[in-house]
Design a protein around this ligand. Sequence first.
Ligand SMILES: [Zn+2]
Length: 160
Amino acid sequence: MNKIRFKSTDNKFSAEITDEILNDIHGECIKSNDTETGGIIIGKYSEDRSNAIISSITGPPNDSKQGKCTFEIGVSGLDKILEDNLDLGYRCIGDWHFHPNSSPRPSIIDDMQMKKFACNKPLNCPEPILLIIGGNQDKGWELSLHVYTKDSKISLKKQK
Ligand SMILES: [Zn+2]
């Protein structure tokens, strides 16, 4: 199990994911082919909230809206998954989605959706992480990771 670490340029925020979980995400993308897909990110923060540790991801809830260039995450079944994870100390810390054959850069709509996501009371995730996978299986995957705070969007870069 290999850990991949991400950091903001000012070193204030970091995140870590295992290649196993990344493989799960790639699996969901392969299954979805050229349609956007996504899900929530489950994990926990370090005590000072500066480091996010990703423990698992979900696929798209049944009531998600999936198109060639859109993905609107649903909520169906998430309460059960989050309840099960709460016992382990894990909660919703963000979401992820797939930009098939395209750049993993967040769109303006993604930015807007993350603000909405941060305000979703039941999810209780005020500073969500957004992980976007771009590209495809043949040409290779690309990944971006951002943290959305109340008034800014911070890019986390992959550490060597
Ligand atoms: Zn997007």
